[in-house]
Design a protein around this ligand. Sequence first.
Ligand code: ACO
Ligand code: KIV
Length: 567
Amino acid sequence: MKNVEKYSRSYFMPPVTSRKWMEKEYITEAPVWCSVDLRDGNQALVVPLTLEEKLEYFQLLVKIGFKEIEVGFPAASETEYTFLRTLIEQNLIPDDVTIQVLTQSRDHIIEKTFESLKGVNKAIVHLYNSTSLAQRDQVFKKSKEEIIDIAVSGAKLLQKYAAATEGNFIFQYSPESFTGTELDFALEICNRVLDVWQPAADNKVIINLPATVSLSMPHVYASQIEFMSDHLNHRENVILSIHPHNDRGCGVADAELAMLAGGQRIEGTLFGNGERTGNVDIVTLALNMFSHGVDPQLDFENTPEIRAVYERLTNMRVHERHPYAGKLVFTAFSGSHQDAITKGFKWREGKESEHWKVPYLVIDPMDIGREYEGDIIRINSQSGKGGIGYLLEQQYSLDLPAQMRESFGYNVKNVSDHLNKELMPHEIYDIFIDGYVNIKTPVAFIDYQFTKHDDFQTVLTICINDEVQEITGVGNGRLDAISNALQTKLGISFTDLVYKEHAQEIGSKSNAVSYIGITDINGTVNWGCGIDADIMNSSVKALFSAVNNMITSLKLPIQMDSSLTTK
Ligand SMILES: CC(=O)SCCNC(=O)CCNC(=O)[C@H](O)C(C)(C)COP(=O)(O)OP(=O)(O)OC[C@H]1O[C@@H](n2cnc3c(N)ncnc32)[C@H](O)[C@@H]1OP(=O)(O)O
Ligand SMILES: CC(C)C(=O)C(=O)O
């Protein structure tokens, strides 16, 4: 790459080693979740949400189970202000939900923020100012002490306005651009704010350490969080919150490691909407926990519905590969994956109380509102017999013999390859019906009669080229008698009959399904299937289908025996 010398690492390692988080294996309990969809998410949209959209989105967040929701930046615009007033005046905030509002450290903005909160029962007031070296030098052009003054004066203003406003207020401070801030300075500014607020057991304060811009690998952020957690004043009365963004594609990893490192609360959004590459995705974080058997305390049992509401309101799209929620994330097109998944499902039958272990599926898609049909096995030229057979079985109650699945699987793949498209279940069904079921050309089955002495004797009525004929045969069973009649009278030969049958229940209809494979003179197995209300008819139709497929594929001339009688 040209210009690589332009870049270097612009984050700060903690002055002392902070790596205890490494010894922990996984997250054992849900953090306090705070949705910032309506603030950080909203401020990143091409067109921010309208009042009505914000109200609907708020209801969605409440339904999912968020107990803390940052509802906006009330001093930012009339919509933001009116939204908050609507929530309060129309009593739309459930008792167990605390709303949060964001403010800069400027007197008139804080004043307006408290004005917007009048009548609220309880709220978190979130104060921020930027602390990074880059912002101090380039944006604020202020010394460290002057930046601390902004934070401390804001902290005092929050106290002043809170004292003059009815309601319970929890204070939160964010050293914005924390990840670009020297750790000892970040610690100093947070401690100076804490010293103003004097948190207590019944008056805890939130310190939120954002990866406003993600600048490092996740282990660095985790060490930064652990350092802060270990050194903050009043730590026992501080709720340590984290707020990762996704600039390096590591938002989820940042959040997970930071939780191991002492983060008790997470600010993020649904599907990772938010500034630039977005905030951390709470759906992924919560379902990652769920996949480890830890209850995330949020309800994502219907992700397709949540995704639909989110997409409609934000006008953003959830990517097909988005963890858990993307349209294709549980879908296997490839043969070996389909084979393992379908075998995994079979293996699990009767063992539903055991932990989930189906290969390739981190969780059971059904647990989050996905469907087995259409969501898991889909067919194209990369697919194999396992998946194709599974679809026929699940959707059409057709349980092909193993060897037939293989042969049919190659046929279906070829069709998909030549058409260069995915095949829907009904198309696969049509290929099966057209190619294997009750095949009537060149030889159509019409009727049979049997008599039994030592052997079975049959008089078989068939039709070739619109001519109805009767032929006879003898065998040690009914099917054997028919098979012999066809071979001797039509001048064809085959061996090794493979046979399978089962009942097919579709709706109120019940049919017998038979599958027959015959081996031709070249050693190739030719398959046929018969479907009929009567089981014997289904077997005979299966045999005729297999024979017809063999005649067609070998281009055999049918030689009628002179002893045939024409009806
Ligand atoms: C990382 C984040 O997501 S932080 C949240 C960002 N979100 C938003 O900004 C969305 C809502 N914001 C707004 O609508 C507007 O910015 C308002 C209404 C808050 C303020 O508007 P304005 O005063 O017109 O403009 P603006 O935000 O550009 O103000 C910049 C000024 O505030 C100062 N400033 C910026 N942030 C802060 C802060 N947190 N505390 C104190 N001062 C600040 C800047 O240094 C600058 O000062 P200057 O005028 O002396 O140069
Ligand atoms: C206001 C702060 C927490 C923020 O949104 C960020 O730093 O990304």
